[in-house]
Design a protein around this ligand. Structure first.
Ligand SMILES: C[S@@+](CC[C@H](N)C(=O)[O-])C[C@H]1O[C@@H](n2cnc3c(N)ncnc32)[C@H](O)[C@@H]1O
Length: 212
């Protein structure tokens, strides 16, 4: 694919993105804490977020989910876990990131099992094909990574093309996960557990933003 095959360079207009709701807007971006900052987009009920924050006390994870129901479950578990380095945010990730995250401030982004939007006319809703990706990459520091997992081969293949040709990232990992796991505790996320239990393959990619 050439960079112009898909309209991947449509400009992202930050000012046209609505501000997050008041409560989410009031959550400050954690500056000057001396710890690297990571963001998980669409964390669902937060299984990965909680396990990740617990295993990485030396990092800060901002975990964003926009549905009321999933965020409610996540928040309950997060409160119970009492992890000072985990910041749950109930918001549309596009609004929160566009309005509150400074350039170059994030070291790792996680996009784990995003909605695939499989119809052709829905392509512009897939993360790698959205103009928002340019904003996300502005927020990522050089040398930082984007982890993208999906159970859809078409989505994994398309993301490979976009990440390389449109966004000029380097792929540092491409794994195919297979085989049902004993329990959710053996998976990163609930959706990963569900897909592997159904005998599907999960595609796990890590991309790095080149240092200039
Ligand atoms: C298929 S689920 C995967 C959830 C979780 N990552 C997992 O693997 O178990 C996708 C999640 O992304 C959330 N999501 C989609 N777009 C979002 C956005 N713009 N901001 C925040 N969350 C979003 C959805 O509400 C949903 O919970």
């Amino acid at each position: 694919m050439s960079a112009t095959t898909y309209s991947c360079r449509r400009p992202f207009v930050r000012d046209s993105v609505p501000r997050p709701e008041r409560e989410a807007f009031a959550i400050p971006f954690p500056r000057d804490q001396g710890k690297p900052i990571d963001i998980e987009i669409g964390c669902g009920t937060g299984h990965h977020s909680i396990v990740y924050a617990r295993h990485h006390p030396e990092r800060i994870l901002i975990a964003i989910e926009h549905t009321h129901e999933r965020f409610g479950k996540f928040k309950k578990q997060a409160d119970r876990a009492g992890l000072p380095n985990l910041i749950p945010v109930h918001a549309n990730a596009i609004s929160w990131i566009a309005h509150l995250v400074p350039a170059g401030a994030v070291e790792r982004f996680f996009l784990l099992y995003p909605n695939p939007y499989p119809k052709d006319r829905q392509r512009n809703k897939r993360w790698h094909a959205m103009p928002f990706m340019s904003c996300l990459l502005d927020c990522l520091r050089p040398g930082g990574t984007v982890t993208l997992a999906t159970n859809e081969l078409f989505y994994a293949a398309e993301a490979q093309e976009y990440m390389r040709a449109c966004w000029e990232l380097d792929c540092i990992q491409y794994l195919e996960l297979q085989g049902a796991r004993e329990s959710v505790a053996h998976c990163r996320t609930l959706f990963e557990y569900k897909y592997l239990a159904r005998g599907e393959t999960c595609y796990d990619q890590v991309w790095v933003k080149p240092s200039v």
